[in-house]
Design a binder for this molecule. Structure first.
Ligand SMILES: [Fe+2]
Ligand SMILES: [Fe+2]
Length: 340
């Protein structure tokens, strides 16, 4: 029997395997269209909300999210050709990426340009990088109720940018050794050729069992995380930043994956639905080890200037993740905070 469509993410994949379109976790199609129209009428200063202290970034990230969906989705020549939209998007996206970069430039400048020292610096982010050891995850493992876990997963699915597509975009024209490891990583994402072992559909199984689809609108922080990863992977001027961002995901995912898996287990979620987190607790340890030796090491050996870009990308990704954890806690712990 064909599976129903489930996964709709910011890499533009509404994985339609069934017959009727499913509502994504994010804004509905009509709502997204109205967001886009509203955004197109805005002047550039307003659209650049992330860089303006006077405006809030929700609208901008909804618009960027919508445009990221459209940017990668396979289409045909009858699709409207709107270069003016692309140009505005790039300007907004670039302003957002520069804004995020400014926040990490100083810390990234500490990264050594010697390749071996650089990989040690990078690995240390697992301990002291932004957002590490956030108390949200111990709480999810030990205390969160089923509804709280469902809300958390709805946000996570909205931010799930499709690691496979991000890797595929990032590997373009990379030097051979790095390219080979990116291909190896991509092939793992593809279940090494077996559909039942592909990583994306594992999230589908979890989303279906917990019925998280359409549960809540994604927070702007979740959308911003997705928009950041897409912006870095899609634009070649940020290619080394994307290498750093994806490496940071591999480095830091196992600790959080273990705690989410434990929470799901405690709540009686089936083994099949827990599989995505159970797998990433283990496989990302190996992925990071290989990313370090086969991607980070040779790229920095080839050109020490890349250390700064890769370090910035890692810190940008971790900072964006930290912002989501803080927002999730504000939402999920609102009652507790009020009582205090
Ligand atoms: Fe994966
Ligand atoms: Fe991985």
């Amino acid at each position: 029997m064909e599976r129903a469509p489930v996964r709709h993410n910011c890499s533009g994949r509404a994985e339609n395997r069934g017959t009727s379109p499913r509502r994504p976790c994010g804004p509905s199609g009509a709502r997204q269209a109205s967001i886009l129209q509203k955004w197109l009428r805005m002047d550039l200063e307003s659209a650049l909300a992330p860089v303006s202290p006077r405006t809030e970034p929700r609208l901008t990230h909804q618009a960027l999210y919508r445009l990221n969906l459209r940017r990668l989705r396979p289409a045909d020549p009858t699709t409207p050709f709107e270069p003016e939209v692309e140009i505005r998007t790039w300007r907004v996206e670039e302003a957002f990426l520069r804004h995020e970069r400014r926040a990490v430039v100083a810390r990234a400048s500490d990264a050594p340009t010697d390749a071996r020292a650089f990989t040690r610096w990078f690995a240390s982010l697992r301990q002291d990088g932004p957002g590490q050891h956030d108390p949200l995850f111990d709480w999810l493992a030990e205390e969160a109720g089923r509804d709280a876990m469902r809300w958390f997963l709805c946000q996570e699915l909205a931010t799930e940018a499709g690691f496979d597509d991000l890797v595929a975009l990032t590997q373009l024209r990379m030097p051979s050794r790095a390219k080979l490891e990116l291909a190896n990583n991509y092939w793992d994402e593809m279940g090494r050729g077996t559909e039942s072992s592909m990583h994306g559909p594992m999230l589908t199984a979890l989303a279906q069992e917990l019925e998280v689809e359409g549960l809540a609108e994604p927070t702007w922080e979740s959308l911003a995380l997705c928009n950041l990863l897409m912006g870095l992977a899609y634009n070649r001027r940020w290619a080394y930043h994307s290498i750093g961002a994806l490496g940071a995901v591999e480095l830091t995912a196992p600790d959080r994956a273990r705690l989410v898996k434990e929470g799901l287990e405690r709540l009686g979620v089936s083994k099949v639905a827990r599989r995505y987190y159970a797998l990433h607790e283990v496989i990302d340890e190996r992925h990071y080890h290989q990313w370090s030796s086969e991607v980070l090491m040779p790229l920095v050996e080839g050109d020490g200037a890349r250390a700064q870009w890769i370090a910035e990308g890692a810190l940008m990704r971790l900072g964006a993740g930290q912002r989501t954890f803080e927002r999730y806690r504000r939402h999920l712990w609102a009652d507790r905070n009020q009582a205090a």
